[in-house]
Design a protein around this ligand. Structure first.
Ligand SMILES: [Zn+2]
Length: 85
């Protein structure tokens, strides 16, 4: 893929599942969409959400590495919390 092109993912605005992807030149990049897209999971037309493929991956990596990178953020919680691990 040429470096001036990005992969855009089209996601369902409701369930977040990936519906399709397409590549577009960065100059023509439009992440805001008012279009509806057919979601096979919801079996309905849903508001389309667009995101950049590489960006999603880098955000995921960031989230996954967060507990290791910032151990100071992990605080002891009272044991009565429902999410106690
Ligand atoms: Zn959906």
């Amino acid at each position: 893929m040429p470096s001036d092109e990005v992969t855009v993912i089209q996601l369902c605005g409701k369930c977040d599942c990936e519906i399709s992807t397409f590549t577009v030149k960065k100059d023509n990049l439009m992440l805001t969409s008012r279009e509806q897209i057919w979601c096979p999971k919801c079996e309905e037309d849903m508001p389309e959400v667009r995101d950049i493929a590489g960006r999603v991956a880098s955000i995921r990596n960031e989230v996954e590495s967060l507990p290791l990178a910032e151990p100071a953020q992990r605080r002891q919680r009272p044991p009565e919390g429902p999410d106690t691990q």
